[in-house]
Design a protein around this ligand. Structure first.
Ligand SMILES: [Mn+2]
Length: 416
């Protein structure tokens, strides 16, 4: 046999609370709480429909070492489906669900293997009585493991066609996550495994593309705006000669997305926002929670800027019945007043000369940089409050643009 197909997932964080979303009603909070289970259920369905050889789960299956009965029973229920279909499951324990936190009496269905925390264990997956893959793995005993566990993996067994290592830990310099079981490429390159199935980093990605493949599938269901965008798992096919197909499959029930909406039609603002959000929902998602940046010129600018919460509530009530579900968590109002700049420029008054000065500065980049430096020196007398790096051209553009509109707004208000 010249290939093997499996699912690689990790960081299920079953029963994880969506604490930061307390602004939403209880019904939605419950749906979100259930979403981690639904995402895992989708993964299991893919395993069944694709008839993969086995499923790998690289740690952090449940969210908290405070044993959640719901998480462990929910996990077992899904494992039973795989077990009944004869699909083996191999998993280990990570920093959120170390081995010591599992219920001692939770029996696992046949064909499900949980790696221990003592030594690296090496198991053999057989197909039609022939050894096809070696799966080596180890669990976290406690929630903090600073030790490099990768170096403890023995060399891959040459007599078996494919070798996979299952590990929860930090590869390379992944600064944003705590450095649990940190390791480098040089620690694993010569061990002979085809594929390192990792967990811990919640963002999906192939961090080393061949010899060996090193992959983080990410969290299948994002939990907040730190975990935006598509979330799912990998469907992997390893082939002879060190080749592989590694396909990302979405599994998340709800997505967290940040999006910009450009207002164009005066008087149609609410419709424009609602329509843009409906269009931004990816096909498979059951729902999306948005953060919206509102841009463009609109006569509603002052009203929106004065009460973004009111706008948010209104948009949420407009979208209440939409399917897939849409909720807006936050709206940043970065619109501009709906005024005709050309008309103002031609008026020959004070406002026109202010605009002319801004137009000048737009051409005179050196003069603009000088002016900004002077302003900074005047308003930030304490040098520690000043910027360490000089402003980039783009940042200066943004500052000038904001300053222009702030001034214009004040001037136009006085005119009213
Ligand atoms: Mn995790």
């Amino acid at each position: 046999m010249s290939s093997i197909r499996f699912i690689h997932t990790a960081d299920l964080h079953l029963d994880s609370p969506f604490g930061k979303l307390s602004r939403f009603d209880e019904a939605l909070a419950n749906r979100l709480r259930n979403a981690s289970f639904l995402a895992f259920s989708r993964i299991v369905e893919t395993a069944l429909s694709e008839q993969v050889d086995f499923v790998l789960i690289a740690g952090d299956i449940f969210d908290s070492e405070q044993r959640s009965l719901a998480a462990q029973l929910g996990f077992r229920k899904e494992l039973q489906r795989l077990s009944s279909a004869g699909i083996p499951v191999y998993f280990n324990c990570g920093n959120h669900d170390p081995l010591s936190s599992w219920m001692k009496h939770l029996a696992l269905p046949p064909g499900v293997h949980r790696f221990g925390s003592g030594e690296v264990e090496s198991l053999v997956y057989e197909k039609d009585g022939v050894p096809l893959a070696e799966i080596a793995g180890i669990s976290f005993e406690d929630k903090v493991v600073k030790e490099n566990l990768a170096v403890r993996f023995p060399s891959a067994r040459e007599e078996i066609p494919f070798s996979i290592a299952l590990l929860h830990g930090s590869f390379g310099s992944s600064g944003e996550h705590a450095p649990y079981a940190p390791f480098q490429l040089r620690d694993v390159q010569d061990k002979g495994y085809d594929y390192w199935a990792l967990g811990h980093i919640h963002k999906p990605g192939i961090v080393h593309d061949a010899n060996p493949f090193i992959v983080y599938p990410g969290i299948p269901q994002g939990r907040d705006f730190g975990e935006t965008g598509p979330r799912g798992f990998y469907l992997v096919e390893l082939k002879k000669g060190g080749k592989a197909e590694i396909a990302f499959r979405p599994a998340a029930e709800f997505l967290f997305l940040e999006t910009g909406v450009e207002l164009k039609e005066p008087g149609q603002e609410i419709e424009e926002i609602s329509e843009a959000l409906r269009e931004a929902v990816p096909e498979a998602a059951a729902g999306v929670i948005f953060r919206v940046e509102l841009r463009g010129q609109t006569p509603m600018h002052s009203a929106f800027a004065a009460d973004p919460e009111g706008l948010l509530e209104h948009i949420n009530s407009e979208l209440e019945e939409s399917a897939p579900m849409i909720r807006v968590d936050r709206i940043a109002v970065h619109t501009r007043p709906g005024v005709d700049l050309e008309r103002l420029r031609g008026k020959g008054d004070f406002t026109a000369s202010v605009l002319a000065r801004f137009d000048e500065l737009e051409k005179d980049k050196a003069g603009r940089a000088e002016l900004l430096a002077e302003l900074e020196a005047r308003f930030f007398k304490n040098k520690l409050l000043r910027r360490q790096e000089p402003l980039t051209e783009k940042e200066m553009d943004e500052i000038a643009e904001r300053a222009r509109w702030l001034l214009l707004e004040k001037l136009l208000k006085e005119e009213e």
